[in-house]
Design a protein around this ligand. Structure first.
Ligand code: NFS
Ligand code: SF4
Length: 664
């Protein structure tokens, strides 16, 4: 451990500051604010203070620079973007499109590599080479297999499973032809993709090609680059991410709604607290087993603890919150602050969204910090490698080191007493069931309620938190405004944790919804905001969209649906890839914070207008949650009008809004 680094840490008092930071301006999460104040008074820094001390580079924010070769790096002028080109002659459109392509490649690679790991484990489980996991949801196995044309009648689980992994492997490795889950795409949407030549082959091939095309001197036509962005992103959404979700459900169970808790108050002073943070469910599932192992619990008791208390963070946490009801300590920006409680005996991470600052912060408060994945090692962390073939080995070791730390806790603990209960664990399957009932599981009631106007439309609000904007604030205000206007909200990732902390995942939050949505929520007994899981589980939203089209009455393609998406506080390249696959699938998708383009350039116009004209969705941008909500609502109304399902009252409101904004 890196206790010694404690002394090297530069105290805040030495950092030259114009004025002290008011953490209330940077977050609306009370537990996080309390811990940020503690960290500051202890003299340490966090992402919040580092963001305040370092302005984002304005040229980079506009994506107006290129470092793809060493004749550069080249900087264009974002105030006058066509006044200059790079040394090679690359225009602002080429430069921004290439940068964007690399973001899509990286984000898509993260999800597809995660999905491929899940498939590897599934194959080894099916072939009997891994004992630590097993197929827990045979019904899901059959329905996934059937959805891609695998015979299921009269066949054994093993035979179906063998065919399934062989078929799904094509999602990643196939050189030619369409990926398997394309079979789930509505015909008209797929037709649009085929005409544009963007139906994905294997993700490996698409990512390789996008890296090739964005190399110096290859693809220098922004329009053509954007096509490959869509193709690669679709290989994530309908490929890698969807495989990750479906295989996780098969191995660990499809989520069903249950009451579960979120926030730092779920840390327990008298127990050994272990946090798992990251993305792949394998480490977490093994940690659940280790922390429930009577032998380990006995060890904890012998050390004077009342038990072992396991919590999640970020997407790993969101996934097991939905699947098993394991409490969730907080979203991305709370990963540093939670350590300041002093109550975290161990934090174990795998891949993605793990700040390099964490081991240092852990050193400051005596928390044991463990990396476990060979892909993601961090200086200053203790590495205990996780092997799928013997999952318990790694997690048992971490548990015993956590117990040791509990015994020797270096100081008093401060746990913010905040606990927020809500309903988590909705899935496409459960939405089907809850709306239609056991015998006629169906989306028909959802479509009917959209057609009759009780529900105006559906919005996906997802994504990260980012210290450049006030943590949780945009997520919460945006979602409140949407449900007030009868838009049903579905959520994943760090965003849903923000809303869970704000109490919006309780069924009685329906009182905050407009009359129509409120009535539906009360009849069905659901909150107005549905928690679907991690970021790879955005694939559940794609499947829900496809199902809404299939049921009928709301158009022939995803682009016809009265739906919209948003990631108001995004920070990761994965979010860019997710945005692009939603746009390519037909969904209007709005991002906040900043958008890596120069407004008014041809590339910007293509993303924000042109793609919609070609039959796809389009991008939007706003930093104001109310404006963002109304851009989404106007879009939903535009789609309702096109479908001929605008009620009298709505029509009036719509034409007013229509006059007010160009968006219409
Ligand atoms: Ni999504 Fe998950 Fe959170 Fe953002 Fe990171 S944890 S994959 S990227 S920060 S929502
Ligand atoms: Fe400059 Fe062109 Fe090289 Fe980019 S590829 S760094 S624009 S010379």
């Amino acid at each position: 451990m890196s206790h010694h680094e404690e002394k090297k840490e530069k105290p805040l008092s030495e950092v030259k500051r114009e004025k002290m930071i008011n953490f209330r301006d940077m977050s609306t999460c009370e537990a996080t604010i309390q811990m940020l104040e503690k960290v500051a008074s202890d003299g340490f820094e966090t992402a919040f203070t580092r963001a305040a001390d370092m302005r984002p580079c304005p040229i980079g924010a506009d994506s107006a620079c290129c470092k793809h070769c060493f004749m550069g790096p080249c900087r264009l002028n974002s105030k006058d973007p066509y006044s200059r080109v790079g040394v090679c002659g690359a225009s602002i459109d080429t430069i921004a499109a290439r940068n964007f392509a690399r973001m899509v490649a990286s984000g898509g690679a993260a999800h597809t590599d995660h999905g491929m790991v899940m498939l590897d484990v599934f194959r080894e489980v099916v072939n009997g080479n891994i004992q630590g996991y097993r197929i827990q949801d045979e019904q899901k196995l059959r329905s996934v297999a059937e959805s891609i044309g695998i015979q299921i009648n009269g066949r054994s689980v093993k035979d179906i499973a063998v065919d399934l992994y062989k078929e799904l492997e094509r999602t990643y490795t196939q050189v030619e032809g369409e990926i398997p889950f394309v079979k789930r795409v509505p015909a008209k949407t797929l037709d649009t993709w085929r005409k544009a030549g963007i139906v994905p082959r294997g993700a490996m091939r698409e990512i390789m090609e996008i890296m090739h095309r964005s190399h110096m001197g290859v693809d220098q036509n922004f329009d053509n680059i954007v096509k490959q962005c869509s193709r690669t992103a679709l290989a994530d959404g309908w490929g890698g991410s969807m495989v990750a979700t479906e295989i996780s459900d098969i191995l660990f169970g499809t989520p069903k709604p249950h009451v579960a808790g979120v926030n730092m108050g779920f840390l327990k002073e008298n127990q050994v607290n272990i946090i798992v943070h990251g993305h792949e469910p394998l480490l977490f599932e093994a940690m659940i087993a280790s922390s429930n192992d009577p032998a380990n619990i006995e060890k904890a008791r012998a050390a004077g603890a009342a038990g072992i208390n396991l919590l999640g963070m970020c997407c790993s946490g969101a996934e097991v919150l939905g699947r098993h009801g394991v409490p969730h300590a907080g979203n991305f920006l709370s990963t540093e602050p939670v350590i300041a409680t002093g109550a975290v005996d161990a934090m174990a991470v795998d891949v993605q969204c793990i700040m390099q600052a964490l081991p240092k912060m852990a050193g400051c408060y005596g928390t044991r910090f463990f990396t476990t994945n060979p892909r993601a090692r961090i200086e200053g962390a203790t590495h205990i490698e996780f092997h799928e073939h013997s999952p318990g080995e790694c997690t048992d070791k971490i548990v015993s080191l956590a117990i040791e730390r509990f015994k020797n806790r270096p100081g008093p603990v401060t746990i913010p007493q905040r606990r927020d209960m809500g309903v988590h664990g909705f899935s496409h399957e459960y939405i089907n069931y809850m709306l239609g009932g056991t015998f006629r599981g169906s989306y028909t009631p959802l479509n009917e309620n959209i057609i009759n106007g009780r529900i105006r439309g559906v919005a996906g609000v997802v994504g990260c938190t980012n210290p450049r904007v006030k943590q949780d604030y945009l997520h919460v205000e945006l979602v409140k405004e949407l449900i007030k206007n009868n838009v049903l909200v579905v959520q994943t990732g760090c965003s849903q944790i923000a809303l869970a902390k704000a109490g919006l995942m309780k069924p009685d939050a329906a009182v905050l919804a407009g009359d129509g949505l409120q009535e539906v929520c009360e009849t069905v007994g659901i909150p107005p905001v549905l928690s679907l899981g991690s970021c790879v589980d955005n694939s559940r939203i794609l499947i829900a969209c496809a199902e809404m089209v299939r049921i009928g009455g709301l158009g022939d393609s995803i682009a016809d649906l009265p739906v919209a998406g948003a990631a108001p506080e995004y920070m990761s390249e994965k979010a860019i890839c997710i945005g692009q696959y939603f746009v390519a699938s037909g969904v209007y998708t709005i991002f906040g914070v900043t958008f890596p383009t120069v407004e008014g350039t041809q590339f910007h116009k293509l993303l924000f207008e042109g793609l919609e004209e070609q039959g796809f969705g389009k991008w939007g941008f706003s930093t104001d949650p109310y404006e963002m909500a109304h851009l989404m609502i106007n879009h939903i109304d535009k789609k309702r009008a096109a479908l001929g399902i605008m009620g009298e009252r709505e029509r009036k409101l719509f034409s007013m809004e229509d006059r007010r904004t160009a968006e219409g």
